[in-house]
Design a protein around this ligand. Sequence first.
Ligand code: PRP
Length: 545
Amino acid sequence: MADLIHTPEGVRDITPDELKKQLEIGNRLLDVIKEKGYMLMQTPSFEYFDVFANNMGMTPSRELYKFYDKEGNTLVLRPDFTPSMARAYSKLYYDVTDPVKLCYSGNTFVNGSDLNGRLKELTQIGAELYNDDSCEADAGMISLVINCMIAAGFKNFVVSVGNGNFFKGLFEQMGITGPDEEKLRALIASGNFYKVEDLLNRIGIDREMIELILAVPNDYTTGQSLAGLKSKISNPKSLEAIDRLINVIDILSREGADKYISVDLGLLNKYNYYTGVLFRAYTFGFGDAIMKGGRYDNLVKEFGKDTPAIGFGVSLDELMIALRDAKDDGRSANNEYLTFALTKGRLAEKTLALLEKTGIYCDEMKDGGSRKLIFVNEELKVKFFLAKGPDVPTYVEHGVADIGVTGKDTIDEEDRKILEVLDLGFGKCRMCVCGHKSDSQLLEKRDIIKVATKYPHIARAYFNNIKHQSVDLIKLNGSIELAPIVGLSDVIVDIVETGSTLRENGLDVLEEICDLSARMVVNPVSMRLHSKRIKLLVDRIKEVL
Ligand code: PRP
């Protein structure tokens, strides 16, 4: 057969059948949006770099597709529509003071990392409302998202609504700024309230405030509960944020749309792009939000016109995947079951023993000789599957498993969008730089050294960011100790448990990088949709530990 040419990683041909379905759904969404008075417009596929630089975009500069024109200007394939639309709006509607409703449909391009199953070219549809900072505008945009979810065919979904100013006010009140604020913001945004507690304790925040913050994801998830939260807050920014949410939810309730709404004050954005109400539509079995949006009152002025704005966007390609996973009856398999991805072998055995103490068990798994990979306990509605350690974070990130258990080494190496919620205390070992004792002076010098490892990300982060030493990394898959003995590398970065492999091969620990143990990780969407069940489980395991 002739050599056939494939598409590059992250882009694809869409077959006539698939395109037909995608266009049908896209048109349905656009009809819903246009019915609300939004006018379809188009911006160019590429723009000057400045439009997406700094605070304007959500995409890090290294993930932009950049190129030059003949005049030497840096151009960028649009990674996102919102800055592009804000630029166009500023120019085209500069003198207009009434609300302006615009919508778009087109492709975006993000040069994300390879081999994680994410597309680099996506078809996006969205709507932006300018010149209207009312609660009605917020409610209208959220209601548009709900209508689009219904029009797309989802039956079982949740739209989480928050207000970024709630935590902004609390951070100010607690005097948390700089790197601590950044860390806290990231932990809250990802729903990792277990780590939030640790960090607040370390900063020295009083117990009453910590209890209040920890109660946010569980006790304040409805419009009604927000009134109770108000009595516990003193700073005006957070109070204003709560009042705004109460108003918006009231408006949605009058339309009967509140059944789709769940309050999530932990919705925060890493970027300063969003300024108030934020929202995300989730469905079971899909590891990420399907539709996202919020208020961004500070963005449009960067393009010349100081005006409030709110909008939402959806990637049609991701929506099609979520629809396929949600099945026709709108109930995904993951809806009822809590699914665990465990690391095959000793780690799985220890995890199961621990879970058994909390009342979760799976007799089917006790047949040691079995080659089966998936196990179910129908009564408890739990599913387990066994995977290779490095694949556990991948299953959890993609949402096919709600919970995973694997080593800290794997979690750091894979660097996935998952929440690390618990240190299970077993599988303890250390990540170390090892080699011949006589070579330890190589680590003092600023020379480039050769480092063999199964963990290139961890090794690079340690040498470059902590030691500020340049290294040539050599990726190996096992028996790493061999490398310095046969002269493939100067040192290795590897796991040391008992130290016997090193001793038997005449090698030593030269530096310790970090302690390791088995950790429990959770998919961020599962954390929101199964929050009660997962919290109960984590609390029970904590008691047992
Ligand atoms: C790990 C690690 C070390 C060894 C350390 O290897 O890579 O080689 O265990 O344990 P110790 O300190 O108790 O001797 P593993 O057994 O996973 O096999 P691998 O060499 O194929 O990676």
